[in-house]
Design a protein around this ligand. Structure first.
Ligand code: NBP
Length: 477
């Protein structure tokens, strides 16, 4: 027998992905650098489907039908290059190497270019949904040559998550690094979503004066409305959880220093390079790093500021409704920024990415899955060249009706000294985009003053410079 697909790298993700293929009726060749993992997989889960255990790279390649489909699920970075170097010489033109790790899209572009010379199709494939998603159906974001999707796509459609309407959560995102790019922005948006939820929690705790258990109830209610999403759902679970050892709310016994693996940071770094303002995602990354500066926080604890004083019961209930409005409006802004970044990459790298299709494949399987993504898809379906999600009538109307509450929440947060970098950045972005005039005109004047950088005028074509050190007359530059 030959295998239709092979998976090398059998830690949690690779093992579960291999099982997912096997459970869907494919014969799966399995391989791992340390072969104990390979044997453990077959011993434990061999009855779930057809596996071919391969000890060596050669056996692994020999077990695959042609064109070969070889999924690499190893630690991103150097291990991925090491695996490619090991397997590429054993492959033939038309074979596919599919990297399902969290690779940086620039690495994917390089690998695709190098392997293309050998006739090997390299598919950089974003996979979201963690361990459970890999087994039960992830959201899959494959890039690479379109022709490889013709053969690979149907298999991925089978193992992927399905959205509520039954559509598989996978699409050919675009050439070379497009899949990993979109996965990266997915994670950046995930950071922003989590930060906004965190701010909503803190406001409900400190300004409304609610207990974690009560806040869990509020999140459960929100989860039946327009905020319906996996992250809101698990937030309620985490907040309702009680620590067995102390009987305290679980959230009160966890050290408040958030960690990160890097995809959020990449999203911001690349946005800076592309010149795309992703302020909400950036604040989410910075909020995690700030939380980790324990010494700095300890040294700053005595600084002056108001102490939050909880509202009365009736005021608190009204405030909670306002927080929902603020959270929803800020979420629209985060997604607006994330999709802007994908749109900018589409232009920069000449990728033919369908933004509506991207929102559609995030509806199931992945961490940011949410009813909300149907709305984004509808926005792009209505207008494929939508310049920004805020230009969509439905979103614009929703923000219009949320904005008073959004502002009131930020007034309360500011008065009471509760930090809301995500909500605040989102509102500043919204107000800056709406503004008739921005102080950027003054910035240009300053730049021209100290560096003769020139400026453009509102009433004439061309560039100009004022002779600031002389008679202050204007010259054409
Ligand atoms: P890890 O990221 O922990 O990687 C462990 C695997 O890499 C093992 O199979 C290990 O083999 C192999 N490996 C290493 Br390390 N160096 C190697 C080398 N030089 N040559 C060959 N194999 C090597 O596994 P994971 O958590 O399952 O994640 C796999 C990929 O999926 C990563 O890129 C990750 O970022 C991505 N991802 C993870 C999640 C998640 O929720 N965990 C979600 C989405 C994507 P060994 O057994 O011989 O040490």
């Amino acid at each position: 027998t030959t295998a239709q697909i092979g998976v090398t790298g059998l830690a949690v993700m690779g093992r579960n992905l291999a099982r997912n293929f096997a459970r869907n009726g494919y014969t799966v060749a399995v391989h791992n650098r340390t072969s104990a993992r390979t044997h453990a997989l077959v011993a434990e889960f061999g009855d779930e489907g057809e596996f071919i255990a391969a000890e060596t790279a050669k056996d692994f390649v020999a077990a695959l039908e042609r064109p070969r489909r070889l999924v690499v699920m190893v630690k991103a970075g150097e291990p991925t290059d090491a695996v490619i170097q090991e397997f590429a010489p054993l492959l033939e033109p038309g074979d596919m190497i599919i990297d399902g790790g969290n690779a940086h899209f620039a690495d994917t572009r390089r690998r695709e270019r190098e392997l293309r010379e050998q006739g090997i199709h390299f598919v950089g494939m974003g996979v979201s949904g963690g361990e459970e998603g890999a087994l039960l159906g992830p959201s899959i974001m494959p890039g690479g040559p379109k022709e490889s999707y013709d053969s690979l796509g149907p298999m991925l459609e089978k193992i992927s998550a399905k959205a509520a309407d039954g559509a598989p959560c996978v699409t050919h995102v675009g050439p070379d690094g497009a899949g990993h790019f979109v996965k990266m922005v997915h994670n950046g948006i995930e950071y922003a979503d989590m930060q906004l939820i965190g701010e909503a929690y803190q406001l409900l705790r400190e300004v409304a004066g609610y207990s974690p258990a009560r806040i869990a109830e509020i999140f459960r209610t929100w989860n039946t409305g327009r905020l319906d999403s996996y992250l809101i759902e698990i937030t309620a679970e985490v907040l309702a959880h009680v620590d067995a050892a102390t009987g305290k709310p679980f959230v009160d016994v966890v050290v408040d220093q958030a960690e990160q693996k890097g995809t959020g940071r990449w999203t911001v770094q690349i946005a800076l390079d592309l010149g795309v303002p992703v302020s909400g995602i950036a604040e989410a990354v910075f909020a995690r790093s700030l939380s980790g500066h324990a010494d700095l926080r300890a040294a700053s604890r005595g600084l002056a500021g108001p102490k939050a004083s909880p509202l009365s019961e009736s005021e608190a209930a009204a405030f909670a409704d306002r927080v929902e409005q603020a959270l929803y409006a800020s979420k629209i802004v985060s997604y607006t920024q994330g999709f802007h970044e994908i749109d900018a990459a589409r232009t920069e790298y000449d990728w033919d990415i369908d933004l509506g299709a991207v929102s559609a494949i995030w509806r199931g399987g992945c961490i940011i899955r949410a009813a909300f993504l149907d709305r984004i898809r509808a926005a792009y379906d209505a207008r494929a060249d939508l310049p920004s999600l805020l230009a969509d009538d439905a979103f614009a109307r929703e923000i219009a009706s949320a904005q008073d509450d959004w502002r009131e929440v930020l007034v309360a947060a500011t008065r009471q000294g509760v930090p809301t970098p995500g909500f605040s950045a989102a509102l500043a972005y919204y107000d800056a985009l709406r503004a008739e005039r921005l102080p950027a005109a003054l910035t240009q004047g300053q730049r021209d003053f100290f560096g003769a950088h020139t400026y453009r005028r509102v009433d004439q074509e061309g560039s100009f410079h004022t002779l600031w050190g002389g008679d202050r007359s204007e010259v054409s530059a």
